[in-house]
Design a protein around this ligand. Sequence first.
Ligand code: OGA
Ligand code: MN
Length: 215
Amino acid sequence: MSEIPSDVAFTDDAVMEKITGDLANSGYSIVHDALPPHITEGLLTRILELGTRDFRPAATGRRSSRQLNPFVRRDRILWLDAAHSEETTFLDWMEKLRVALNRRLYLGLFHYEAHFAHYPPGAFYKRHLDAFIGEANRVLTTVLYLNPGWTVADGGELLLYDGRGEEILPRTLPIFGTLGVFLSEEFPHAVAVTHRDRYSVAGWFRLNATLKAQM
Ligand code: OGA
Ligand code: MN
């Protein structure tokens, strides 16, 4: 009998099957331990070695209305950079997910972009949509959480709302290895005030590639 490393106990195919099924049913999917641990651990290592000095306050709006708005969001971000193997390994996994989503759901996803996010204690992100309606820019949002040992008392939950503004329960704790995926134009969402440093990688599948600086 051969030993199966726990790393591959849930195959990528099974995880991607679950995500496509959930998206087809409800438009969102929350999966624990979605990626192989070496990928998630590599991203955490990368964040810890970066420290947070290279992170910049995240802005809201686009082009002429783009501004820093600390009443809306207080996270600090750093775009992923394909020059680092931990980041490329993650982007490769997302490329595999992109292909699976297009094959099963005909979403026509073309491009993926992602940034690290750091919410210092006291930070939050008020209710918002990630897509600019009618522009078909961001189709699908992904958020991968990188916080070992997170508890309810630490706050920082992802809150998802349906089209009527009703909160979809349960709230998602940003626990290490949990991946959230949802349709960007259909689900308003928020990040509750965090009481601990909260790390994640937020990303978007798009129909086209535009300059990040314009978003
Ligand atoms: C975002 C966002 C949610 C989260 O970056 O746009 O909504 O749980 N993130 O970090
Ligand atoms: Mn968002």
